[in-house]
Write a protein that binds this ligand. Sequence first.
Ligand SMILES: *[C@@H]1O[C@H](CO)[C@@H](O)[C@H](O)[C@H]1NC(C)=O
Ligand SMILES: *[C@@H]1O[C@H](CO)[C@@H](O)[C@H](O)[C@H]1NC(C)=O
Ligand SMILES: *[C@@H]1O[C@H](CO)[C@@H](O)[C@H](O)[C@H]1NC(C)=O
Ligand SMILES: *[C@@H]1O[C@H](CO)[C@@H](O)[C@H](O)[C@H]1NC(C)=O
Ligand SMILES: *[C@@H]1O[C@H](CO)[C@@H](O)[C@H](O)[C@H]1NC(C)=O
Ligand SMILES: [Fe+2]
Length: 542
Amino acid sequence: TRCPQASGLETLATLVSSVEETPDPIPTTVQGTIPTWINGSFLRNGPAKFEFGEDRYVHWFDGMAMMHRFHIKDGNVTYSSRFLRSDSYVKNTEKNRIVMSEFGTLALPDPCKNIFARFFSRFQMPEATDNASVNFVKYKGDYYVSTETNYMRRINPQSLETKEKVDWTKFVAVNSATAHPHYDQDGATYNMGNSYGKQGFFYNIVRVPPPDETAAKTDCADLSGAEVICSIPAAEPRKPSYYHSFVMSENYIVFVEQPIKLDLLKFMLYRIQGKSFHKVMTWEPKYNTIFHLVNRHTGKVGQEQTMRYQCAPMFTLHQINAYEDNGFLVMDMCCGDDGNAVGEFTLENIRRKSGEEMDKFYNDLCRNLPRRYVLPLNVDEQTPLDQNLISLNNYTATAVKTKPKEVVLTHEELHDDTLLQYGGLEFPQINYTQYNGRPYRYFYSCGFGHVFSDSLLKMDVHTKELKVWRFPGLYPSEPVFVASPGATEEDDGVVMSVIITPRKEKSTFLLVLDAKTFIELGRAEVPVNIPYGTHGVFNEMG
Ligand SMILES: *[C@@H]1O[C@H](CO)[C@@H](O)[C@H](O)[C@H]1NC(C)=O
Ligand SMILES: *[C@@H]1O[C@H](CO)[C@@H](O)[C@H](O)[C@H]1NC(C)=O
Ligand SMILES: *[C@@H]1O[C@H](CO)[C@@H](O)[C@H](O)[C@H]1NC(C)=O
Ligand SMILES: *[C@@H]1O[C@H](CO)[C@@H](O)[C@H](O)[C@H]1NC(C)=O
Ligand SMILES: *[C@@H]1O[C@H](CO)[C@@H](O)[C@H](O)[C@H]1NC(C)=O
Ligand SMILES: [Fe+2]
């Protein structure tokens, strides 16, 4: 699939300019109508300060994390924002320069902040950072901001105050955790993290139990009871794969081991020599993509002992959803074919002038597209070779047992050609509480007709029909779905997104679309600049 080339793209420089915080909520101007049943706050995260004194960051995702809050009540909206008081923010502010520290523990850079990022070319992590600019996550009822290191920061979602730093390694034997955990209906949180030792390199699935209702309520971070429910050994012990998220259905967790490889030996060597980590992470398409299937109730690695599911090399950051259907596991993800076409998201590149220079940067980037893979859950020695095992006629993906212990998958494109004109998509979101891990029909996402997303898309996965919100010069954030009270249909509710523009100062607005029709219901204009951000959530608790 070829996406059309873009030309005459505008500069995005002002979308990656530093801004001041707005700690006290300010009013906004509402146009149209914000439904009065929306009660809570839309929280967003992202880098918002790119220099201290004379010192400048090189990469966009190095910017200091800022939390934004749009509080919505009775059809009115207020806005506030605060920088995360991470150790690096506090230290840098004190010294008014960028304080670099010694090399620390193994931590992976986060491609999420630069969606088609460059986890290949640069890997200079001075130390594991708590400058968590990627997402808001919830454990045992508490909110945290997270990136992909062993640290998270607990925060107060109402005041945006920064609370204590939490170290995963103090609670469970992992040295990292993704910024995209999954939540169970019962309140448990699942995440994945790495561990590395004499036995080798493992990808671990961690379960943090639901809040303990009987325990006395304390104002402390609490991950107690967290346990590793399954450890998956890296297929190549010296070359573990990068991953950004994982899939969870009602009974399974699927971990995709993709051919974005970290060269551990090189990494160790560079660390000893004190060199920069150039090219320790590379796209190595000679390795296939392996799907590890785990039963999340027993922690047993499903067919893995006997059966290996794999597909052609591809890379993926964000999973859309997964569900079980009559003995098959259906999983939908945003994928790209060429892990090399992942741009170098330096501030210099993002700030390129409009026209040719910007066009070249964009046209060299890989466009991520939604795909569906279908895994047969019951494959054994008796399963015949060389025939498509997918017997349900509602899927065109294939799964073929090619060897006694191997199943090879091909995907179904979860879109038609219409999507290509919007430049592919990323930042998928669904009606999570009700449909994660279950058969579903819709997902919402951002289209990437520019280096930053320039449209909002609603995909009907049954018909592959798209609904689109797109206006020149407007750059929307990840859309978040909020159901209306008493909703009976999957898309009964609204989709919210924060819209920014490089064309005019202080022209940010919170957009509220009818999730069914994708027609604008209202917007709340905020008289401040907000830089392009990463992920967000809706907090019903105010
Ligand atoms: C901020 O966090 C990102 C990764 O989340 C890291 O690449 C960057 O170096 C950090 N910056 C500082 C100053 O710690
Ligand atoms: C919402 O805004 C309207 C119009 O500005 C105002 O009359 C009303 O008191 C506000 N409600 C709240 C709860 O602030
Ligand atoms: C797929 O088709 C089968 C029958 O062939 C049906 O039972 C099932 O509900 C369908 N799944 C979805 C998600 O539509
Ligand atoms: C999802 O949709 C259902 C209706 O099917 C609704 O009751 C539920 O609250 C929605 N979930 C979320 C997260 O909005
Ligand atoms: C709005 O949400 C808050 C926090 O959950 C709750 O206390 C309040 O009663 C809600 N208000 C309305 C009008 O539903
Ligand atoms: Fe992400």
